[in-house]
Design a protein around this ligand. Structure first.
Ligand code: SF4
Length: 440
């Protein structure tokens, strides 16, 4: 097991050191040391990192090049320009930084957290005219759903999507729903439970949250998925869970549901690749989606960590595959991981299965512990990594000049049912949803 080569919170700096001296470690792409502008000039692309080999939708947003001055500026210059722009804007702008963002961006954030914590944090700053969301597209949409109509939510790089969220698009889910209604019908059973209810992970487009809201369904996070599924099973005989198969399967197994009753729905195949009989017996239909960051973690990595550190405590995110979750000591959302490390006695050793920017930052913040990422290959979330400090400097300086760029807005027709799905979640598990956050 190879810990990251230096106790630094900056993955970008680590990648530079590794590029200069490969004996220090390895990265999944040599392109990680170049600016993301190289990928912002043409067709949609996830760019280097964990999602680099995922198929990207043809209509995924493209950023386009930002002015040359931001591409050429040194780290120190960008740092100074961001700080100056923030000072000039004062309370007019709030900067939110996701746990998985680069440290060079997180250091300028007014709030740091997971997606839902950040959306809630923006609600606490109603005086801010602009919410600069340093995360990915679906997170900015959620912030727009929960903020006031006067507030502009800005995503510094429009190409910062989420490959998992992109794996479930509205057309495919609507098509699946129609096929499933033909198998199940729409009549409730003797207990009044409908045949099927949609449940979506927070990591999806606002359009899908709206789809779910219109059909009486609900949103979940990685910390409240069990409570949300229990709520759903009181109202439905089964659920269609998207887009993350792993969170759905891990949650279903923890609730005692047999694997055979959680078939996968492959949107490219008739009936999702299932027989009608299998579908009729199902409790949870799992969409064929996954997170390419969390899919990298393996049981072999856990075995190696235990061999090298007999006292190690292994914590993985529930977006990891089921065998990895079962081999770990525990699984939980990013907020769970942060709190577990904060509460541990000094001298503890942690092997963590989540995104490298968070793991490396936790290792730097907690020198009293030994903390390392289960995956020895440095491979950040491709889409989070698209937000380079150059983009943050650009959007902030545009705001100072009175211009709003890269605004993310959710149309009212989608926003109303999407909010209904979010509000159902908050009614089911308000404490978990707010205090423990959304996971990814
Ligand atoms: S780490 Fe989060 S944002 Fe990145 S691909 Fe995975 S689910 Fe999407």
């Amino acid at each position: 097991m190879t810990a990251t080569p230096e106790t630094t919170a900056s993955v970008a700096r680590t990648l530079t050191l590794v590029a200069r001296d490969p004996a220090r470690g390895s990265a999944c792409s040599s392109d990680l040391t170049t600016g993301p502008w190289a990928f912002d000039a043409g067709l949609p692309a996830y760019g280097p990192g964990a999602s680099q080999d995922d198929a990207i939708p043809a209509d995924a947003p493209v950023q386009g090049r930002i002015p040359e001055e931001y591409q050429q500026a040194s780290d120190e210059e960008l740092h100074a320009r961001i700080a100056a722009a923030k000072a000039a804007l004062g309370d007019r702008a709030v900067v939110l930084g996701h746990f998985y963002q680069r440290d060079e961006v997180v250091q300028h954030a007014d709030f740091v957290g997971d997606s839902f914590q950040l959306a809630r944090a923006s609600q606490g700053r109603p005086e801010a005219e602009a919410i600069v969301f340093c995360g990915v597209h679906f997170m900015a949409e959620t912030a727009d759903l929960l903020s006031t109509p006067e507030q502009a939510v800005i995503l510094p790089n429009l190409a910062a999507g989420c490959s998992m969220a992109d794996m479930a698009d509205l057309d495919s889910v609507q098509d699946a729903w129609e096929q499933l209604e033909e198998v199940y019908g729409t009549e409730p059973d003797a207990d009044g439970r409908v045949p099927l209810l949609p449940v979506t992970y927070m990591n999806c487009s606002a359009a899908l949250k709206g789809f779910v809201g219109e059909r009486g369904g609900i949103v979940c996070t990685s910390s409240n998925a069990s409570a949300v599924l229990e709520w759903a099973f009181e109202r439905a005989q089964r659920v269609l869970f998207f887009p993350d198969q792993h969170l759905g399967r891990n949650t279903g197994r923890a609730m005692g549901i047999e694997l055979e009753r959680m078939p996968m729905w492959n949107p490219r195949l008739p009936l999702g690749g299932n027989t009608a009989e299998t579908l009729r017996d199902a409790r949870v239909l799992l969409w064929h989606g996954f997170c390419s960051v969390h899919r990298r973690f393996t049981v072999a990595q856990i075995e190696q960590a235990r061999a090298e550190h007999p006292d190690v405590r292994v914590i993985v995110h529930p977006e990891c595959p089921l065998p990895v979750v079962e081999a770990a000591d525990e699984s939980g959302s990013t907020d769970h991981i942060v709190k577990a490390i904060q509460a541990a006695p000094a001298g503890s050793t942690f092997a963590i299965g989540t995104e490298i920017n968070l793991v490396q930052r936790l290792a730097a913040q907690h020198p009293e512990h030994t903390i390392f990422c289960l995956d020895p290959v440095i491979c950040p979330c491709s889409t989070m990594y698209r937000i380079h400090p150059g983009y943050l400097a650009w959007v902030l300086e545009e705001l100072v000049a009175g211009r709003v760029v890269n605004r993310i807005t959710v149309p009212d027709a989608v926003a109303d049912p999407a909010r209904a799905a979010l509000e159902r979640m908050l009614a089911v598990a308000p404490r978990q949803s707010v205090a423990q956050g959304a996971g990814a």
